[in-house]
Design a protein around this ligand. Structure first.
Ligand code: MN
Length: 477
């Protein structure tokens, strides 16, 4: 491992002091956790600011250290990252139990994470944090284990997938699934292991055949096996009525080549050796997946009637498939800034443009430029707005929402007692449509009671239901 820089050493010192006397559920000193997060971020090849923010990620929330201290010591960028991670976890704490916030709110949480992660590095730190917590989950009581595991499957693993961090997605999903459904996990894991054992000899023969054929065509290549994850097998089986006969990719081989042309040449070689199965050739090179994943997939049947999937890709595609955005982050960031200065938008697969836009906004924020959040046109949030409480909590509402929708979203006690609203520090009224990025402060009074006329001043079903409930119980009194 590379030597820690002076800044990183200093961050470790500060974090150690701040967390002194705190312990994890495992009984170990707390500092073990931020140091583990640091190590994960280093393995992902993240930049120094992200690594420092990883070391400090729990200090603002859990210790006396303040954001100002971090800003003074390590600069704007590190402070921005720590602040983002802190906001995320505060937002999450406010969300109570996963069982009550799923499934509808889970999408909101995902949106929220992305919104707060306008610097994508915030999300990457959060993912590293979650990964280490999962790796040490056995120390927690069973109900907490289940909660964290379930939330991982519903929110964090899909997020890793969205960022095309394949290795992380698989590790997270399998760690979590073990806690969500231990019996099923054990059963499927055993099944995969048995399958791998019996497939080993077949695979060896195929590897020899394919190697010889590729060499003959003078294609530079590398071969590797791919282990199917327990959780993805579970999901696939659920989709196919538990019919193992429908699972064609239990055995898979990867061919990694130098360039795109060689990908198609290698595909030709595979098809000249074995019979391709109809409808199972997928060209994700010409048509990348939503998360930017690229590869050629084909399922073939060998002469001995074995079914095997081939995945063919370039080294670059492979790297991106396994490490995703973390891998290309640094590269992107630099190119992005260059191109941004030239007024060009980076060419990424269309569906990854949201990341570019987020990063450009983050870059502008970091340069201290004013950013009009309203101009951020992200398809992802097309129908939603994000507004803030004066404390900086973020609330996700549909387009066109009014102050009472916001108030009832905070708490029905707040909703019932609204006397006024300040928007961005200015007095406003209850008919005022909230805008993306508004800071909304609700004023209440004990003496206020909910009014029937308010029904015209709300648009969300949630607020409507709360208000009707209050009106009905008032009439009964
Ligand atoms: Mn943490």
């Amino acid at each position: 491992m590379a030597q820690d820089s002076e800044r990183v050493k200093r961050a470790i010192e500060i974090a150690k002091k701040a967390h002194a006397g705190q312990f994890r559920k495992t009984g170990e000193p707390y500092i073990i956790h931020p140091l583990a997060v640091k190590k994960i971020l280093e393995e992902w090849g993240m930049d120094e600011d992200t690594i420092i923010a990883g070391v400090l990620h729990d200090t603002v929330e859990d210790t006396d250290l303040r954001l100002d201290d971090i800003k003074r010591e390590f600069g704007e960028s590190v402070a921005f990252l720590v602040d983002g991670v802190t906001k995320l976890s505060t937002a999450r704490n406010g969300m109570r139990d996963i069982d009550t916030y799923l499934p509808e709110t889970k999408d909101n949480f995902l949106r929220l994470m992305i919104a707060l992660g306008d610097d994508i590095r915030v999300l990457i730190i959060k993912l590293a944090d979650r990964l280490h917590n999962l790796r040490t989950l056995s120390a927690l009581p069973p109900d907490k284990q289940r909660k964290i595991a379930k939330e991982t499957l519903e929110v964090f693993a899909p997020l890793a997938d969205r960022l095309n961090m394949g290795l992380l997605r698989v590790e997270m999903a399998d760690l979590a699934f073990k806690y969500v459904d231990p019996k099923r996990y054990a059963y499927l894991k055993d099944l995969i292991e048995k399958h791998n054992k019996s497939a080993a000899r077949v695979l060896k023969k195929i590897e020899q055949e394919i190697s010889a054929a590729l060499k003959k065509e003078k294609i530079n290549f590398e071969l590797s096996g791919r282990v199917k994850s327990v959780y993805s097998l579970h999901k696939k089986l659920a989709k196919h009525n538990q019919n193992m006969g429908e699972i064609y990719d239990l055995t898979a081989l990867r061919i990694i080549v130098d360039d795109v042309t060689d990908c198609y040449l290698a595909l030709g070689v595979v098809h000249s050796l074995y019979t391709p199965m109809g409808g199972r050739i997928k060209d994700y090179i010409a048509m990348p997946k939503q998360n930017g994943y690229q590869s050629l997939h084909t399922t073939v049947i060998t002469k001995d009637k074995h079914v095997i999937e081939f995945q063919i890709r370039t080294r670059e595609m492979h790297e991106y498939a396994e490490r995703g955005l973390a891998a290309s982050f640094y590269y992107n960031e630099q190119k992005l800034t260059e191109n941004y200065k030239k007024g060009k938008i980076e060419h990424l697969p269309t569906n990854l443009l949201w990341i570019t836009e987020l990063q450009m906004t983050a870059a502008r924020l970091r340069e201290g430029k004013k950013v009009d959040l309203r101009k951020l046109k992200l398809n992802l949030f097309a129908d939603r707005i994000f507004v803030y409480t004066p404390k900086g909590d973020i609330i996700d509402l549909p387009q066109g929402a009014l102050p009472l929708d916001f108030a009832y979203r905070l708490h029905s006690e707040i909703g019932d007692h609204v006397v006024g609203v300040k928007i961005n520090g200015k007095m406003s009224n209850l008919n005022h449509k909230l805008q993306h990025g508004d800071i909304v402060e609700i004023m209440t009074s004990k003496n206020q009671t909910a009014k029937r006329s308010w029904l015209d001043k709300i648009i969300t079903p949630h607020a409507r239901q709360k208000l009707l409930h209050r009106l009905n119980s008032n009439t009964k009194k």
